[in-house]
Structures are given as C-alpha cells and as structure tokens.
Design a protein around this ligand. Structure first.
Ligand code: ZN
Length: 683
C-alpha cells in the first residue's frame, strides 16, 4: 500500500487551517484522516476513526487538555476540524476506574464532556482512543488486515505476519469494555506500534500524525505482501447456462422479489439497486462453492447494519428461461427471509429488540455480478461498495486459509446495537422514496418541472430527452443521483436501450411519465400526410413504445407502477388547424384507458394529464403569439384566458403528475390542468 504522506501537503494543511484559527495538531489530524479515509482498502463510508490529544481553550478561555476524535456522521475522507469534536481528557481518563458503563451512559458521558455542546456525538470508540497514551491514534478496517484475522487461527496468524510490534486483542464488541481491554493489552506491551482487534480492524498510534499514519501503511503493506505471496484465488467454477441473461434483464426480477410485503411496507417496500461487476467479482460469484464462502458473514462488525448477516445468493440466470430464474429467485428470497427470522429468533432472546426488515441488502448473481440494495440510490451504492470490499477481503482470506466471520450471536448483537442503528439515521421517508421515475421530454418545461417535483418527493429520477444536453441540464439542476439519457422516443430501439440502462443503474422502474411531444399546425383537409404521420410517430406511437417498455419492467418486478401520459386539451376539444396534434393525442388518451383496463389487475395505475395554454415548449412562443393574435388578445391574456383567470404553469402540470403517482386508488384518471375551460371539460 502506497504511503501518500507529503511534507508539502502537510505544510499546506497547516497553513490553510491556521488562517481559519485551527492549530497545527488539528490541521495534521485532518490531513492524515483524509489520507486514510480516501483509501477504500482502509475504510469505507464512515468506517474507521482517528483522534489527536491536544490543548484547546474551553468556554472561559482556559487551556484544556482534550481528545479531538471523529464525530458521528462524518466521513474520514472529507473530514473537517468540526468533525473532530473535542472531549475533556481528564474526565475520559477518570471514568476508566469504573467496572461497567452502559452504552447509553457512555454516550451521555461523552456528550456531557464536549467543549462545544453543539458538536456531533464523539465516536463510539472514543474511550479506546483516550486510553492509548499516544498523541495521534488511527483506526481502520483495512481489508488486508481483515483477511488475516478473519480466520479460525486469525489472532496467531496476524501476530506471525505483522511481528512483535503489534499486539492482538480478542474480539469484544465496541464500547467501554473494549476500550478497557485494549488499554490493558497495550499497557502489558507498551513497546508495540499498533493493535489488531480480532475480526474487527487495526489501530496504530504515534507521537506525530506522520508516525501513526506511517505505521498504519507499514502494517497493512506487510499483510498485503503476505497475501500476495499466496497463489491467486481461483475457485472451481459453477456450471453456467450457455447464454446468460444481462444485469438489466434480471434486476427488475430481483428487485421485485426482494420488495417487502405490503404488510411490512405500506407503500414503501421497494428497493433501489446498484449493479457492480469486475473480474474479481465474477471470479467470486462464479465459484461452485459460492454458497459456502460467500455466506459466512460480514468481514467487520461495522458492516452488518448495511449488509445484513449475509447476502442473497441466486442461481445463474439463463437468458433462454427467465421464468425459471424468476421462480428460483422467489424461492431464494423466501429462504433468505426464513433464515433471517430464524437468526433473529435464536439470538434476540430477552434483549428487548424489535426485528428489522427481513430483506437482503446484497444479491450475488453467478455469471453476472452483484447488486447493492437500499432505500435510496446512495444507500444502495454504499451496500455495493462494501460488498465489493468484502469480496476482495474474503477472496484473499481464502487464498491464505479459510475465511471465518464472527459468530451469529456476535453479529446479532452488533446489528441490533442501538449505537450502530443510530448511525443509519432516522427520519421518515419521502412519499416517492424507493421509487424510480422516468420522464420523457425531460429537457422541456413540463418534463423538467415534473422531474424536479418527483425528485423533491424522494424518487430517483431519470431524465430522457432527444437532446442529451437538455436532459443533462435538468439532471444537473436536480443533483444527487439523477440520471440523464439521450433518447429518441420515436425509435423503439432507443427507448429499449434507455430502459435497459435505467434497470442496470437503479434496478427497475416504478413511475413513467410519457411526456415528450410536439405540435404541428395545418388545415386538416389539406394537411400533408407526411406531417400527420410524423405527428402520430411522436404523439401516439412514442407513447405506446414507452408504455410497452414500462409494462415489461413492471411485470418483471410484480410491484405495480404508475404509467402517466401527457395528453392535451386537443385530445378532447379540437382547436382549429391543430388536427395534426389533436388527432394522435386523442388516440393517446384512449391508449391510457386501454393500459388501465389491461394492467390494473397487476397494480399498474394509469393516468393522463390534460393540460392547456402552458408555456411549455409544446407550443412555441410563435404559436402562442399566433393564437393570441387570432383571438385579438395579448399573450398574457391568452395564457390566462380561463375560468380562474390565472396563467397555468409547468409546475401546475407537474403537480398533477405527482398526484397521479401518489393516488393509490386511482387509475384511468384524466386530470385537467387548464385553469378552467368549459368547452374542454371532460364529460
Ligand atoms: Zn472499528
């Protein structure tokens, strides 16, 4: 492992933070914390922690000895000084004399000794940092170290490989007891430069930030060198079908099967997925013994809250027989849930816990790769990252011996530990959370407003537009994981390709807003056939093609969905010279009812929004000008020429789509958004 320390960078941190009133100790603590946090082979997603013992003024300006230690909710990779709350050292030291300290009391005690009462909670490993005498202490969950200790003889092996400058502490769950045991082990071996926590991770320490970091890299490199000397991980391969199905074909099947049951979820049972594959992932998941080495448990206790006790393993998908794959996945999910319930029943006795949901967070698919799952794209990607790190760690453990995780009982106590669950954060879910919404014509005013509103309500959003840059502009405005794709909705292959990408990226589709359209004008009796046919391509067949793709994915998922169309006032109330637009839109309005009729039984709800007089891009400014002039009105009066006397905006249309996406008991609905126009009112 490369040592990334640079004197120039270190000086730069000192200078930059000095300008903000931050001292050298904390500046260097931030610098090497980021070096550690930036390397996924050391820590990932909030894992690991660091500290420095220093002097800071308290509220009254009195110089106080403190431990600045990673705060909860911060990630080492982008930590700032405020992510390292200062806790009074004297009090932390004093509490060591106690025999016991409950987790709740420990958290309260640490908080009550913060210099700044508004600082985040200090790490749950704060006391361990405090009881090591060194100025700088670093803690990682380095995968190379875990490959050594996650073995039946892990303690002896890691001692042998890392040598006499390391001490090893048997497994104890994080908290007060682990801090005391570790301090005792250190005091019995004061010459060591690091401590390995069995089946958990590595602590290094030193008098300078550089010394502690150097030791971290040195020990991890030793472990890596030892692993490299063993022959590569190449397990016997499982039999594979002649033609494997793709990730985008199987993702909706997996996603649907893993969705929580209605009783468990209300309306929030779906999962967002994140697909990964690589040579290393394939070597691992293609192994004949995957169900053995792949299902022994997580590599470090910290992972269990994000990965559950084990992954879901399904058979290799035969592209010629997806129906059989779907059945096998269903059976595997049922078995997973039963096994999780057994694990809960066997380990929860008398602990006063409430069972968490029974769904997996990682799916391993021979021949394809892995999927992370979560309530959001962010959570799914965290699960996928940790799963990739786990595959690396377990593969290496198998090269040098036999991977062995903590016992189920130990894993259970960690998974259900309130201090671990607190890391996941609380807070209700947004109305469309866990759902994937695809919006066509997402670069235009109505499409963009709809995409934004769906995202604000928690959906993962995919913006499709003929013009990639317009789609990207909407996605950029939304931020987060919003995805932009170029798609020609008049080309069935282009739509299929887009849906494939969405399925590979997010796992499937729940809401489709078929919005793309454009208006052509002309007297119907003399209208060029070519124009009418062109309009039918975009204003009817495109909707049909988008709907077909949506229904295919929704059927595979089996969790219903919302299929929404942008119809137009023209669909029910023709405007003079707008036949080229209105006739196909009328067909599209009827199309929406046909879908409602044929797919209601599998929970697909269909809606159409019947909007009028909106500055939306469907009608160009020139068209609006023409129409207002024809009526002897100003543009503003034309746009607001409705019963309510108010201009209708793209946001009003977006609200109607959102309502249709949310209204669980509504289908075959047409919502009028035109400010009131009696001649266009539905009857
Ligand atoms: Zn740890």
């Amino acid at each position: 492992m490369q040592n990334l320390w640079s004197d120039i960078d270190a000086q730069d941190f000192i200078r930059r933070y000095e300008a903000k009133g931050v001292g050298e100790d904390l500046a260097l603590r931030v610098y090497t914390s980021r070096l550690i946090g930036g390397n996924p082979e050391l820590v990932a997603h909030g894992g690991g922690n660091t500290s420095v013992k220093t002097i800071l003024p308290d509220f009254l300006g009195e110089e106080t000895e403190v431990l600045c230690v990673k705060g909860s909710g911060w990630d080492l990779g982008n930590i700032e000084p405020q992510g390292l709350p200062a806790v009074r050292m004297a009090q932390l030291s004093a509490v060591r004399s106690r025999d016991t300290l409950s987790d709740e009391d420990m958290v309260a005690f640490q908080r009550s000794n913060l210099l700044d009462p508004t600082a985040p909670n200090p790490s749950i490993e704060t006391l361990l940092h405090a009881y090591l005498p060194h100025k700088f202490v670093d803690h990682s969950h380095a995968t190379a170290i875990l490959s050594l200790v996650d073995q039946p003889d892990g303690m002896a092996l890691v001692q042998k490989v890392l040598g006499s400058k390391i001490a090893v502490v048997p497994y104890v769950m994080a908290g007060f007891q682990l801090a005391k045991v570790t301090a005792d082990v250190f005091e019995a071996n004061p010459e060591v430069e690091g401590i390995v926590l069995h089946k958990h991770g590595l602590f290094t320490f030193g008098e300078s930030a550089k010394q502690s970091y150097d030791r971290m890299i040195t020990f991890v490199s030793k472990a890596e060198d030892f692993i490299s000397a063993a022959k590569p991980f190449s397990p016997a391969k499982a039999n594979m079908p002649a033609r494997l199905a793709s990730a985008s074909d199987i993702a909706p099947i997996l996603r649907g099967a893993a969705a929580l049951e209605a009783s468990e979820r209300g309306d929030h049972g779906r999962w967002i997925m994140d697909y990964r594959t690589s040579d290393a992932v394939r070597t691992f998941v293609d192994g004949a013994a995957l169900c053995d080495y792949g299902a022994r448990g997580v590599i470090t206790p910290d992972h269990i809250i994000r990965l559950k006790n084990r992954p879901l393993i399904v058979p290799a998908p035969d592209a010629e027989n997806l129906a059989a794959f779907k059945d096998a996945v269903q059976a595997a999910v049922t078995a997973f849930k039963e096994d999780y319930s057994r694990y809960y029943a066997e380990n929860s006795g008398g602990k006063g816990t409430t069972r968490l949901d029974t769904a997996p967070r990682v799916v391993l698919v021979p021949g394809v790769g892995l999927f992370g799952m979560g309530k959001s794209r962010k959570e799914a990607s965290v699960a996928a990252d940790l799963a990739e790190a786990s595959i690396d760690c377990v593969s290496n453990a198998e090269r040098i011996g036999t991977f062995e995780a903590l016992t189920e009982a130990e894993l259970f106590d960690m998974e259900y530990w309130s201090l671990e669950q607190a890391k996941l954060g609380k807070g209700g879910e947004k109305p469309l959370q866990r759902q994937v919404a695809v919006i066509t014509g997402g670069g235009g005013a109505i499409g963009a407003a709809t995409a934004k509103l769906m995202a604000e309500n928690g959906a993962e959003v995919v913006v499709l537009d003929l013009d990639q840059s317009k789609a990207a502009a909407t996605a950029d405005e939304i931020g987060g994981h919003a995805m932009a794709l170029a798609c020609d909705v008049t080309d069935a292959a282009s739509i299929e390709a887009a849906f494939d990408k969405v399925c590979a990226q997010f796992g499937g589709v729940d809401i489709v807003v078929s919005n793309a359209g454009a208006a052509w004008q002309g007297e119907i009796g003399t209208l060029d056939d070519a124009i009418l046919r062109k309009s039918f391509e975009l204003n009817f067949f495109a909707h049909q093609n988008v709907a077909k793709c949506a229904v295919k994915v929704m059927k595979a998922q089996g969790t219903g969905g919302a299929l929404l169309f942008n119809a137009s006032k023209q669909a029910v109330n023709p405007g003079k010279n707008f036949g080229a637009y209105g006739v196909p839109k009328a067909a599209t309005l009827f199309l929406s009812r046909q879908y409602a009729l044929e797919y209601g039984a599998i929970g697909i709800r269909v809606g159409a929004v019947n909007a009028d007089r909106i500055r939306s891009g469907l009608l160009t400014d020139d068209m609006i000008k023409d129409r207002s002039t024809a009526r002897g009105l100003t543009e503003g009066d034309y746009l607001a020429g409705n019963l309510l006397g108010r201009e209708v905006t793209a946001y009003d249309v977006a609200q109607a789509f959102l309502h249709q996406a949310l209204a669980q008991a509504t289908t075959a609905n047409v919502t009028t958004v035109d400010g009131g126009n009696i001649s266009a009112a539905l009857r």
